[in-house]
Design a protein around this ligand. Structure first.
Ligand SMILES: Nc1ncnc2c1ncn2[C@@H]1O[C@H](COP(=O)(O)OP(=O)(O)OP(=O)(O)O)[C@@H](O)[C@H]1O
Ligand SMILES: [Mg+2]
Length: 470
């Protein structure tokens, strides 16, 4: 793909702390959060003016799905705007709850598991050509995704390894420890069409949100919900680069894993990157060797093809520094840029100072706090404010992404449609491809091409219905 559409969906965890009264259940709190959304859009499932989707499914995990983007900085900005929109909803819910006589503080976490063993996700969407051999592509990508946590894991304190899901089938290190990935222990399958119960790493459900004769949407649901912008840049940038490499048709040596579900856990629980993983052909390779292999392939590919955007130097540099840091077991060269290393640095300093081990409840709390999206309370946000976490974006870019859509996709049309329909007081409904005025269904806009940026079709539609109602 010359230019690729990418989007990311983030599910948040809700938690409330009540000093005195009956605690509200998370789904009740989530309903409070979505009251202003329902008041605005008559539904708890809406598209907002920046082209993104904000919704609450059954249950209690508010979700924000970024608009379609083609540039990494726009993807990161739209995603970050999601956090601050969610924070706004929390602040309003907090006030409304107080008025109704409920006390307590709402916490919203951008993480991947709650204390009850539920996992929720950060789902990546990459547009690919329909002509790409899907099976070949996913097979070639899988060993990369299984080991990608080395460069894009959030890090996690494992207080009680025996309590991990499927711990009987996949025993990890017995003693409490710090692992690479929050999500790894919740993966049940490698590639399948189910998204909830069986929890695959790649979901094969075929919903392209575009012209299905031309495109597919690759749905990667194995990733951790990163806090760090530099980690996200590396995660999306490296994955896109490998997709390009595979799409170029160059045959890759086969690194197919014998047991992907076991391998992703083995990888997570070993910060040295050195545990041997079984390959399907009987050989073994370590997670670090697999990542080094993909890095070398990507470097090779770039040397031949040249860069296709401005962040590639930064991405390749960070990728190789991260693998070197793991190889040397000295994380100081990446501990402001990669989530697990930022978290590990803070946690080890705190543990040393307070003489704690990885089974300390306080460390588990701080691990949660790292993902608290509150700008003045969340641990990651505090670290970022004091310069302990590097940035890619400026505050102004994030602020702009609150209300404005990315500039290179049909999100522009969505923005125009929403603004116009609301200004005219007309009821409408939409999904990623359709924009419909409820009273004029025959004039529904059907935008199959996600690269469409010509907003004049929207203006023409409104001109048509205006003349029809004269
Ligand atoms: N043509 C496309 N190719 C790739 N990604 C796309 C395309 N169109 C939209 N997207 C992205 O896909 C994501 C869709 O999010 P959404 O939450 O609606 O996902 P879903 O998987 O369809 O549904 P659900 O979460 O309800 O199961 C968004 O981030 C969006 O930007
Ligand atoms: Mg979704």
């Amino acid at each position: 793909m010359e230019t690729r559409i990418i989007g990311v969906e983030t599910e948040y965890g809700v938690h409330t702390v009540h000093p005195t009264k009956r605690p509200l259940a998370p789904d009740e709190v989530a309903r409070y959060m979505f009251k202003p959304v329902v008041a605005w859009g008559n539904s708890s499932n809406v598209f907002i003016p920046n082209g993104s989707r904000l919704y609450l499914d059954v249950g209690s995990h508010p979700e924000y799905a970024t608009a379609e983007t083609t540039r990494l900085e726009e993807l990161l900005a739209s995603d970050a705007a999601g956090d601050s929109i969610m924070h706004m909803l929390v602040t309003q819910a907090q006030q409304a709850m107080a008025q109704d006589g409920f006390d307590g503080d709402i916490y919203l976490y951008r993480n991947n598991a709650d204390s009850l063993g539920n996992s929720y996700g950060s789902h990546e969407n990459y547009m690919i050509e329909r002509t790409t051999q899907y099976r070949r592509l996913t097979q070639a990508l899988l060993p990369f995704l299984v080991t990608r946590q080395l460069i894009a894991g959030n890090g996690v304190v494992i207080k009680d390894p025996a309590a991990l899901p499927l711990a009987d089938q996949f025993p990890s290190r017995a003693e409490p420890h710090f692992a690479f990935s929050q999500r790894a222990d919740y993966m049940h399958e490698a590639i399948s069409s189910s998204s909830t119960r069986a929890r695959p790493m790649i979901n094969t459900r075929d919903e392209p949100h575009s012209d299905s004769t031309k495109y597919r949407r690759l749905h990667v649901i194995v990733g951790d919900s990163n806090m760090s912008e530099t980690t996200q840049l590396l995660r999306f940038g490296a994955t896109d680069l490998l997709l390009r490499l595979i799409e170029s048709g160059k045959p890759l040596p086969n690194l197919q894993l014998a047991h992907p579900v076991r391998a992703i856990r083995q990888t997570s629980h070993d910060l040295t990157g050195n545990t041997p993983l079984d390959l399907a052909d009987g050989r073994t390779m370590t997670a670090l060797e697999i990542q080094e292999f993909y890095l070398a392939q990507a470097q090779d590919f770039l040397a031949r093809q040249g860069p296709h955007h401005d962040y590639l130097d930064q991405i390749m540099d960070l990728w190789s520094r991260t693998l070197q840091a793991i190889a040397r077991q000295d994380f100081s060269s990446i501990d402001t840029e990669i989530d697990w290393a930022i978290k590990h640095k803070f946690m080890t300093a705190y543990a040393t100072k307070n003489n704690l081990d990885w089974d300390a409840a306080r460390l588990v709390q701080l691990d949660m706090s790292y993902h608290d999206i509150h700008p003045q309370r969340g641990l990651f946000n505090l670290l970022e404010a004091r310069g302990a976490a590097a940035r890619v974006l400026t505050d102004a870019q994030v602020q702009a992404a609150h209300d404005n859509p990315p500039a290179t996709t049909r999100a522009l049309l969505r923005h125009r449609f929403i603004e116009t329909a609301r200004a005219m007081g007309m009821e409408y409904s939409m999904d990623w491809m359709h924009m419909k005025l409820n009273y004029y269904p025959m004039h529904t806009l059907y935008v199959r091409n996600p690269f469409e940026t010509d907003i004049s079709v929207v203006d023409e539609l409104f001109a048509k219905v205006a003349s029809a109602s004269d």
